[in-house]
Write a protein that binds this ligand. Structure first.
Ligand SMILES: [Zn+2]
Length: 304
């Protein structure tokens, strides 16, 4: 079977830079260099895109749970859409893809990063190749029972690409060109895996998810404090004990009280307010690149 890569933009309907790039690409097929790799590109949530919203009924990127995918006749748009995407492009689907790349944007000042879910060998290998080429941080999302059902987990290998900062529903030249650059670098690296000419780094830098924290709230549960100005836009910058996190208008400052020096990400991300997430804490770690990761990615790309 020939390798095919699923490219998804607009899994969240109001993250429009990837959608715009895909639309332009449709009109001008030479716009993006896929290095000869066969791709299927798809708008993840077209209904939400039309509505100019993140989603219609529920977050599509939390809808790829087994029970959601099995409920075919759901009146919930995102559940049906998750089911449809897996039927169309899943490993066993009509038009099977082995790798899924899901392009997102963030309102947080994180620049560009890759997100991997859990510790699958092929994901870690592909993320390492991109970190080695472009220097992007890798956010390892794991051990979070409240946030599950991510799209890429339904494919044997998959990465989320987060690019920011950009407001929802806005086009921005830097975001579009970074999306294009990362997409082309991914295609280049996958081609090199196909040709066995790729270079694997010895180490990779991982920001491992520890936990997410909520905004301060009053007795009624309403938010009564905001991200402290010293923390706003300071994603990826290590926290130390007593650093300022939130500010309340009564003058109270809520501080970081952990002994560990965590690194905050997704600080004040607009889409996460509804999830009661003001920011997430990660731990920065240096990992050895493992031979098994490389083999897993080679096997996936070369499977017959
Ligand atoms: Zn998104």
């Amino acid at each position: 079977m020939q390798l095919q890569v699923l490219l998804v933009a607009g899994t969240h309907g109001n993250e429009i830079n990837g959608i715009f790039l895909f639309d332009q690409w449709e009109k001008s097929p030479l716009l993006i260099n896929t290095h000869g790799i066969k791709t299927c590109k798809v708008i993840g949530n077209p209904e939400a895109q039309k509505a100019g919203k993140r989603y219609i009924h529920q977050d599509l990127n939390r809808s790829f749970r087994e029970e959601s995918i099995l409920s075919i006749n759901s009146s919930n748009f995102e559940r049906s859409r998750a089911n449809e995407l897996v039927n169309l492009y899943g490993e066993e689907g009509e038009n099977p893809c082995q790798i899924a790349l899901d392009f997102h944007t963030t309102t947080a000042s994180m620049g560009s990063c890759l997100v991997v879910y859990g510790r699958r060998d092929a994901d870690l290998a592909l993320a390492s190749l991109i970190q080695n080429k472009l220097g992007l941080p890798i956010y390892l999302h794991e051990s979070d029972q409240k946030q599950t059902g991510f799209l890429v987990e339904s494919w044997p290998c998959g990465l989320v690409i987060e690019i920011g900062p950009i407001g929802q529903g806005l086009l921005n030249s830097r975001i579009i060109s970074q999306t294009k650059l990362i997409l082309e670098t991914l295609m280049e690296q996958i081609q090199q895996v196909q040709n066995l000419t790729f270079y694997t780094p010895e180490k990779l830098i991982i920001h491992r998810h520890i936990k997410s924290i909520d905004f301060p709230r009053d007795e009624q549960g309403k938010i009564d404090g905001y991200v402290h100005f010293l923390r706003q836009s300071k994603d990826w910058q290590k926290l130390k004990k007593n650093d300022e996190l939130f500010f309340k208008l009564n003058g109270e400052i809520i501080r970081f009280e952990e002994e560990e020096s965590y690194v905050p990400v997704f600080i004040n991300e607009a889409a996460y307010v509804e999830k009661d997430i003001a920011m997430s804490f990660t731990k920065k770690e240096l990992w050895d690149f493992k031979k098994e990761w490389k083999q897993s990615l080679i096997d996936l790309v070369h499977q017959k």
